[in-house]
Design a protein around this ligand. Structure first.
Ligand code: FMN
Length: 476
């Protein structure tokens, strides 16, 4: 089904109103708020635009940034966006989501330092000054979605059925599969701290303790049924992240800022129905397995705990929070509203603008609840194509987010700010069209490295070529 038919801002506004979403999706064409700097701790971010973490699955097998990683970051550096939120980087080998995911360790340190240098240099060459450019790195453990074997925080009867030990044969984990031990988690806390030190040495200005997209730390937040000190009440479920922050602070002081990308609404898995449209899987009620979900109706968010959690982080001087939601593995329409689904997905069960509105609404509610000294980065902008900049302006100007982050749109059109400066508008023939080929490449594992690299297939020739090869050689 084709949803995005808008050539003018009036047309998209009319559809937003028609869908009853006018309260949540607003546009402001007088661009000024997006250019205002913002301070976080010791850092000044020169404008209110961020590039979200966007994994390229293009590292070396031992986790170093490779040619395409450098290329991508260089393009991000030259973009003029002043907050570059570096991508998912594993803290331990067994926590990598794919064999080409970046891995931060002493052996790889110099390549990460080079990544920062190249990015800053590109920014300086294009924009003259990099003193207000802020670059961070997202530290992660992929948990249930680790490529070697799933590492789970607790059994979720609904998601376990989709957590494969052997994907080709569709063999999923069962109730006897072991849950990760407290001892493992204690050791893992120290790995996060070790990586924060390395990130500082490499020149990153902040580390993101990743708690989103149903990876391990997100799952710990949802671990109401987990027994022991990391499960049960919210105090226990935030123990891991609190310990990590305390240890990072004691080892590094305020040398490096600590940030977190968080899921404020996990929702539940969706699968294709007979017509190819996504529908929620059968699930028990109360649904006690998700973070930020209404247990009586897990299709609806309940922000009480996410707000409490962000307030806890803020009280520990974590002042940069990136809001996200959903799982790329089982409900991709929640996190990244799309026009065409990914190969392992389903047709949109809702108008994609509803998904955009959900992002903007929940982000505004969080921002309103957690107070003014926490900078909130919002998500959900790429679907709006060339109009995203006006939605960013409205959301920032009216205080619904502090910073607007762009994900897929930055792979497609990293030079959008250059065009905006030169021509006063974004070019509709350069924007992301949300047809999910970047996700399709991420899901393509059939080359000699066990992973194809990803980028923008329709807008970037390099990936158009890679996609052709992936298609031609695909066993499916
Ligand atoms: C190819 C690809 C790679 C991604 N990599 C990451 C990542 O490393 N870390 C993360 O938190 N989110 C990642 N995301 C999610 C994006 O950061 C973003 O939340 C999502 O695409 C929605 O924003 P958008 O509508 O602007 O694209 C990725 C998404 C895609 C499509």
């Amino acid at each position: 089904m084709r949803y995005f038919k808008f050539k003018t801002i009036e047309q998209i506004k009319a559809e937003v109103d028609h869908l009853g979403l006018g309260e949540f999706i607003k546009f402001d064409e007088k661009l000024e708020a997006i250019f205002k700097p913002i301070r976080i701790g010791k850092l000044t971010i020169g404008n209110r635009l961020a590039i979200h973490p966007m994994e390229g699955c293009d590292g070396t097998l031992d986790g170093k940034p490779d040619e395409l990683t450098f290329r991508r970051w260089k393009r991000f550096g030259a973009s003029g966006v002043k907050l570059i939120w570096g991508e998912a980087t594993a803290v331990v080998e067994e926590g990598r989501a794919n064999p080409r995911q970046l891995l931060l360790n002493e052996k790889n340190l110099s390549e990460f330092a080079k990544l920062v240098q190249i990015t800053r240099k590109a920014h300086k060459e294009t924009w003259g000054d990099d003193s207000d450019l802020v670059i961070g790195i997202q530290l992660t453990h992929s948990g249930r979605w680790s490529y070697k074997k799933p590492i789970i925080a607790f059994h979720n009867p609904v998601v376990d059925r989709l957590t494969y030990i052997d994907k080709a044969k569709k063999i999923a984990i069962d109730e006897n599969y072991p849950v990760v031990s407290d001892e493992y988690l204690e050791r893992l806390e120290d790995e996060f701290v070790k990586c924060a030190k390395l990130a500082f040495e490499a020149g990153f200005q902040f580390v993101d303790i990743k708690q989103c997209h149903t990876y391990l730390l997100n799952e710990l937040l949802a671990g109401k049924t987990r027994v022991g000190k990391y499960g049960g009440d919210l105090q226990n479920r935030t123990r891991f992240v609190r310990n990590v922050i305390n240890k990072m602070k004691s080892e590094l002081g305020d040398k490096i800022e600590i940030a977190s990308r968080v899921n404020v609404f996990d929702c539940i898995p969706f699968i294709k129905d007979t017509s190819g449209i996504g529908r929620p899987v059968d699930h028990p009620i109360p649904y006690v397995f998700g973070f930020g979900v209404n247990e009586e109706n897990p299709l609806e968010p309940d922000l009480e705990e996410p707000i409490q959690m962000i307030k806890i982080l803020s009280s520990m001087s974590v002042k940069l929070i990136n809001i996200s939601m959903g799982s790329p593995y089982y409900n991709p329409h929640i996190g990244r509203p799309f026009e065409t689904p990914p190969i392992d997905g389903y047709e949109q069960p809702e108008h994609p603008l509803v998904g955009v509105a959900r992002h903007f609404k929940l982000t505004a509610e969080i921002k309103n609840a957690v107070g003014g000294d926490v900078a909130i980065v919002g998500t959900g902008y790429s679907y709006l194509r060339e109009f995203f900049i006006f939605a960013a302006e409205a959301n920032i100007k009216e205080g619904r987010t502090s910073i607007a982050g762009i994900g897929r749109g930055a792979l497609a059109y990293p030079d959008f700010l250059i065009d905006l400066k030169r021509y006063g508008r974004l070019n509709p023939s350069k924007v992301c069209i949300t047809i999910s080929h970047c996700t399709n490449l991420m899901r393509s594992k059939h080359n000699e490295l066990g992973q194809f690299p990803t980028g923008c297939v329709p807008r970037d020739k390099v990936y158009a070529e890679i996609f052709k090869i992936a298609r031609k050689t695909s066993p499916f």
